[in-house]
Design a protein around this ligand. Sequence first.
Ligand SMILES: [Zn+2]
Length: 346
Amino acid sequence: MAPWKIHGQEHLTATLDRGLHQGQLAHAYLLVGPPHVGKDTLALQLAQAVNCLGEDPPCGQCTQCRRIERGIHPDVQRIAPTQDERTGRLHTEIRIDQVRAIERATAMQPYEGRYRVFIFDGAERLSLDAANALLKTLEEPPAHVLLLLTTVEEEALLSTIRSRCQRLELRPLPEDRLVAVLTEEHGVTTEDARLLARVSGGNVGWAVSAVANPKLLDERQRRLETLLSVVDGGLERRFQYAQELAQQFGRDRGAVREELGFWLLWWRDLLVLMQQAPDLVVNVDWRQTLEDRARRFQSGEVAIVVRELVATLERLEQNANPRMTLDVLMLTLPAPKPVPARQEMA
Ligand SMILES: [Zn+2]
């Protein structure tokens, strides 16, 4: 086994190992999977593997591997939306001039490695022009070029782009394995590791960065508190929230997708509590609030919200009007019943 440093993706690294040893790697790969599942990690290690000087690539130790890991290798380049020179704001798309620059760069021999590797970070953000320009490079890339496209939104890519890449689908790590990684490699207590494993949905990257950066957990806490204020609030609060979220969607689609992901888990938690399956609750630290709300909704109402959340995420991906879509979602939220009167002891 080659020393890939990525958890839970053995189904992919085994195939890549064979390709490496038989000299039969594809020239373009599409790395597909939810946020923080390890797409960037795998892309970087693939860049190492094709340039590695060790016997068992990616060794992680040789000068090539190290320089790539530190992000200072001249033959490995990341492509993401850039900042606007005048306004300083981040563009929402990867633009055609960026792709044209890559096209010119592919014609040049590698400076110091064997391969020039181009990693398109969030390929769903390619503008239509940029995607069409990239097609040409994908059709017949020079032999020393490896193109890696990562995406959370495979359906948003042109089918012609998808068909020219070999697809690598990354899977979230099963809970027990993630708990083991967190306790054994990151010194987290078992209790904290269980919470992180649940909350992250098996996404190692998120869980590990939450260990290093407690702000991520604070951020989650803030999001769940907002959610509760919207669920408990009246229509005015709900529409205000829809407006805020729609505005945010214009700037940062990923953040809105993540927020709705938290919503989906929360409502799903209510449903599993109602179905007497408390072991399946994800937000274990919110158990009491969840149990309280579970008594104040009907399971049919909750099931509708879960379905509507999934539909909302799909509509937003298909470029529906965000404000209208989110307003509709708010209208499907049921009003919580008043707290049931306590039964008096006889
Ligand atoms: Zn190496």
